[in-house]
Design a protein around this ligand. Structure first.
Ligand SMILES: *Cc1c(COP(=O)(O)O)cnc(C)c1O
Length: 464
């Protein structure tokens, strides 16, 4: 399996190269040259597999340059950190299936991909004898998943910037209580935007970037998308069997379009009529929802919401879908992305728009509706939703079709975003994993929001 760029500017690369490259060197995103297909007999064989074995099967369709036994071992190790034996269990409430993706070490769905990516990085670096320094900025909610993905790994250091005193105490603890020598938490005296600007500035210094082999761990890495494809197939197999149906719909709380794009890939490889509608649920940051509803992709301002991991206007994985919408034409995709960069808007022909509507349905869920969904769902079923999951559930309940089972993706544990949850149903007890953090020893460096100061810090602490 070779990987190409959505913008066509690189010669095909292997899976290993694709993982190490992250973003394609021509500015595009990496995708498999062609998508494999899974026929009925094979799907039937997969029915009895546990999560790890299914992951190994799915990965093997896309990865042909890692020894199969090594790959199996990477999968086993990646999911051994999960607290549930089924890794991503399903629960049925109010005739809705909830796919719980939050049983990883940081209680959010990003663990499913980042636990795997961290192990793959370590494996590939060991093989090549290289080292890597990961750099990223977080507003608080996703930094810990990146840190837990690579903590204690050989040949990798990680530097995560967060705005000092502007993340919640629990979020701060989740990051700073990780004491592994290769983890560097940096609290900057500034905002999240300052942090992002600094990181961008450092990545733009090509000399510095190559000297320290700087890497990113954002949602554009193909290995992350791939890891997420697995749970769609896992849920499809279980729900289609339990309901004795062929078609299953999914509702996905969406920000960067990574999770829902994995659903799109899963649907493509399973073939028509199995995964039915993908319901794209957004909060008030609704660029993607407007795209599905109006056929126009246009930027606007980011507003803060109670589902902060979805407070995004530029969905970094959207380009991958655009490539398929352009019938795998990289030249057209490149022009579209350039048009969007200069005008901030992309329009689509009515033929393309009807394909979009065939692939997705969508709903924008406002803050009051999100809180009300948490309250009502709890009242009706006793189940506590986190605000991101509630956005998806609200859309799922609205968009579900008669006789088609609906799976709604639960992307975070409610204890992680207690503020909105307590507004809806009153104070909840913290989950044990988070309670245990209180009073733990922490390590963090407080620095000025200054590119040079951060660079010096990295220089001093980098893995070389
Ligand atoms: C990242 C995240 C999302 C959004 O996923 P995308 O892949 O960015 O669309 C939703 N919920 C939670 C809790 C997240 O952390």
């Amino acid at each position: 399996m070779k990987y190409i760029s959505t913008r066509g500017g690189i010669s095909p690369v292997s899976f290993k190269e694709a993982v190490m490259m992250g973003l394609a060197t021509d500015g595009g995103l990496l995708l498999p040259e062609s998508l494999p297909s899974v026929d009925e007999p094979r799907l039937a064989q997969w029915q009895s597999l546990n999560y790890q074995d299914l992951a190994h099967e799915v990965f093997s369709l896309f990865i042909d340059d890692i020894d199969s036994r090594d790959l199996k071992e990477l999968v086993e190790r990646s999911y051994s950190t999960f607290s549930h034996p089924e890794i991503t269990p399903l629960t049925k409430r109010d005739n809705l299936y909830i796919l719980e993706l939050f049983h990883g070490p940081t209680l959010a769905f990003k663990d499913v991909a980042l636990q795997f990516l961290g192990n793959v990085f370590e494996y590939l670096l060991k093989e090549s004898g290289n080292t890597m320094n990961i750099l990223g900025a977080t507003s608080g909610d996703t930094g810990s998943a990146a840190i837990y993905g690579v903590r204690g790994k050989e040949n990798i250091n990680i530097f995560i910037l967060h705005p000092h005193k502007r993340v919640s105490p629990i979020q701060e603890l989740q990051m700073t209580s990780v004491l592994d020598e290769n983890v560097f938490n940096i609290a900057i005296k500034g905002t999240f935007d300052d942090g992002q600007e600094i990181v961008k500035g450092i990545f733009n210094d090509i000399d510095f970037k190559s000297r320290y082999n700087l890497g990113a761990i954002n949602s554009i890495n193909w290995a992350r998308v791939l890891a997420q494809v697995v749970y769609y197939i896992y849920a499809y197999l279980r729900v289609s069997q339990a309901e004795n149906t062929k078609v299953v719909d999914f509702s996905i709380p969406t920000g960067n379009f990574g999770d829902i794009f994995a659903g799109f890939v899963a649907r493509k490889i399973l073939g028509d009529g199995k995964i039915g509608k993908l319901v794209l649920a957004t909060n008030e940051n609704d660029i993607l929802s407007r795209f599905v509803l109006n056929g126009e992709y246009s930027k606007s301002e980011v507003v803060p919401t109670v589902s902060p991991s979805m407070d995004i206007q530029m969905a970094s994985n959207f380009e991958r879908y655009l490539y398929y919408l352009n019938d795998a034409d990289p030249d057209k995709t490149k022009i579209d992305m350039e048009t969007f960069a200069s005008l901030g808007v992309l329009s689509f022909s009515s033929a393309k728009f009807s394909r979009v509507k065939n692939d997705f349905s969508s709903q924008r869920v406002a803050e009051a509706e999100t809180v009300e969904t948490i309250r009502q769902f709890h009242e009706k079923t006793g189940y506590v939703l986190d605000p991101h999951t509630a956005v998806g559930v609200h859309a799922a309940l609205n968009k579900r079709r008669e006789h088609v089972p609906m799976v709604s993706l639960a992307t975070a544990h409610p204890g992680k975003f207690g503020e909105a949850v307590s507004r809806a149903i009153g104070e909840q007890k913290l989950p044990e994993t988070l309670q245990d953090l209180v009073g733990k020893k922490t390590r963090c460096s407080l620095l000025n929001a200054d590119v040079n100061e951060i660079k010096e810090f990295i220089q001093h602490n980098a893995m070389v």
